[in-house]
Ligand binder design. Structure first.
Ligand code: GLC
Length: 557
């Protein structure tokens, strides 16, 4: 409540259900055989566990993370944020807004998204003239923070409509819940009609599946709801169905022995072969976050409640698995280094039979005494020790990482500044794959050579995510330093898609200019630092009673 006053925010009862969801108590829920809560019960009558699944409750916003963060625009070209500033905004901010507005895409005169890049100088357009779901997220947040929610609402509606298309690759029909990687609006000037074509992976290079799209859609739906207080969109049958179809895809039972989500290579922001197949951290963190967001937005009708129960169980297992087996710090590395192998039965310590000889040399030097991170992938006899920025930041924002783990992730960034940040925030992953390993892992991909593009390149878009993580962990000074670095180059270099080199000093070999998410990522980072209450849109609180789990705990518990 206090924080609400302090940040001068409006109190809107309709959004309270979302904030209640943020601090639910999983353990209690699991003990409950069936969830049955009447919406009209007052807050005082409810136990905490009930609050986690209630919908439409009335309670004041009681903390910073969950605060309603409205924008409020002054004029078309004037960002609301700079109007509020007591100091001169950086000259890049106005340029960035102008560039962001230039990238807007309209469908029947309504804004529905932003194109990936507005780079006329580039000879090949490929699909950079399309609206990518993942690329639109920072644009959407910028618009929301600036008090312009309409484009976000239109985008959410348009994409959920696309989800209902029948999707095929050759003779194979894709899952109903699949969300597009991107879509394009076609204008017919003669007929004066607009139409949309979407790509669900059937046209994408390598025919990669955009597993992250559905998760980003859910996360954005929550951000929109949280920011505007408009619950009606999330409550529409279309959005409820959209969420359920996505959840159906990832909560269905199969042969899995792990609660993590099994994926093919190129399933996310890294949309080319890069050895991320299996259980990539980026997808696991987004999966976790979207499960929590869905729990907050699903209507507790009969079907909705069934999903909620499944979600609660999955969240419980997923956080246990991730916090225990994906986490790496100095102590953990030392333990793995000394692992025994070929252990049979549930008493095994080295559950995945990782052979210590497979630990790459670089990780011993890279691991500081202070700090830690979620590694790239864990599966039988395989640990991908690479550090990935997006997955670790989303783990902090979703509270998949415990507060201790979140602090350790930030410690690592500080301790390994040169490697991870260098001259341009921030590396997509560390380290790069080289030589023979590059041949085998990427299939000799000339775009993903060492320290370029997805293979250790530096991506300005990640600035918004790392800034959000900095604010959440109480380290805004780290974000400030990164933003300064970005400000020394981004505009001068015409907002490149990525930078190359060990320090991220060179504009990427094939990087697009005026890459929209580089522009929007910068704006979102600036606006969040200026008004940290915006963080509530993309941050979820830690679940009570889901404290760190000791690795010695039994596999079956
Ligand atoms: C590249 C990136 C992908 C992005 C797309 C559009 O394919 O790897 O993450 O969505 O470009 O910018």
């Amino acid at each position: 409540m206090e924080a609400t006053k302090e940040f001068g925010m409006r109190k809107v009862s309709s959004i309270c259900s979302i904030s209640e969801m943020d601090d639910f108590d999983l353990t209690k829920l699991l003990d409950r055989p069936r969830v049955n809560i009447k919406r009209e019960k007052s807050f005082d009558e409810r136990s905490l566990s009930e609050l986690s699944i209630g919908f439409g409750l009335n309670r004041g916003l009681d903390n910073f993370d969950t605060a309603y963060s409205p924008g409020g625009r002054s004029g078309l070209d004037t960002p609301a944020s700079s109007a509020r500033l007591s100091f001169e905004p950086h000259p890049m901010v106005a340029e960035a807004w102008e560039a962001l507005r230039r990238s807007m895409v309209f469908f029947r005169s309504q804004p529905v998204g932003t194109i990936a890049a507005y780079d006329h100088a580039s000879e090949e357009v490929l699909n950079y003239d399309q609206v990518f779901v993942r690329d639109f997220v920072p644009s959407a947040l910028a618009f929301l923070m600036n008090g312009e929610p309409d484009i976000v609402k239109n985008f959410l509606i348009k994409t959920v409509q696309l989800q209902s298309w029948e999707k095929r690759i050759d003779r194979f029909k894709l899952g109903e819940g699949a969300m597009p990687a991107s879509f394009k609006v076609l204008h017919n000037p003669d007929r004066k009609t607009d139409s949309v074509v979407a790509d669900f992976g059937e046209s994408a290079i390598g025919r990669v599946a955009p597993v992250d799209s559905g998760f980003w859609w859910i996360i954005l739906l929550r951000a929109y709801t949280k920011c505007t207080g408009d619950l009606t969109l999330a409550e529409t049958p279309e959005c409820q169905k959209g969420m359920k179809l996505i959840l159906d895809l990832c909560l269905s039972e199969g042969f899995d022995t792990f609660p993590t989500l099994l994926c093919a290579d190129g399933c996310s922001m890294i949309d080319r072969r890069m050895g991320i197949y299996g259980y990539p951290i980026e997808i696991q963190a987004l999966f976790y976050m979207s499960l929590k967001c869905s729990l907050a937005m699903l209507k507790p009708d009969t079907e909705g409640k069934e999903f909620m129960e499944k979600i609660v169980k999955r969240l419980h297992a997923l956080s246990y698995h991730m916090r225990s087996y994906f986490w790496l710090d100095f102590q953990q590395l030392n333990d793995i280094y000394r692992y025994k192998t070929e252990e049979y039965s549930h008493t095994a310590v080295n559950k995945f039979n990782v052979i210590p000889d497979s630990i790459p040399e670089w990780v011993f030097d890279f691991m500081p005494t202070r700090g830690g991170y979620f590694i790239g992938n864990v599966s039988p006899a395989r640990m991908d020790f690479r550090w990935f920025a997006l997955g670790n930041c989303v783990a902090i924002l979703s509270s998949l990482a415990t507060p201790e783990q979140s602090a350790a992730i930030m410690d690592l960034i500080e301790e390994r500044w040169e490697e991870l940040v260098g001259e341009m925030p921030i590396k997509i992953c560390y380290p790069a794959i080289e030589n023979h390993e590059w041949r085998i892992v990427t299939g000799c991909d000339p775009k993903n050579t060492r320290w370029s593009y997805h293979n250790g390149g530096s991506w300005p878009v990640l600035l918004w995510l790392v800034t959000a993580a900095c604010i959440k962990t109480g380290r805004p000074q780290i974000a400030r330093k990164m933003i300064e670095l970005a400000e020394s180059r981004l505009l001068k270099d015409s907002w490149p898609e990525y930078y190359d080199g060990k320090l991220g000093r060179y504009v990427g070999k094939q990087a697009r200019k005026y890459q929209t998410w580089s522009i929007a990522g910068y704006l979102v980072a600036k606006m969040m630092l200026e008004d940290p209450s915006h963080l509530g849109m993309i941050s979820l609180e830690e679940d009570r009673q889901m404290k760190p789990i000791k690795r010695s705990a039994s596999w079956t518990c």
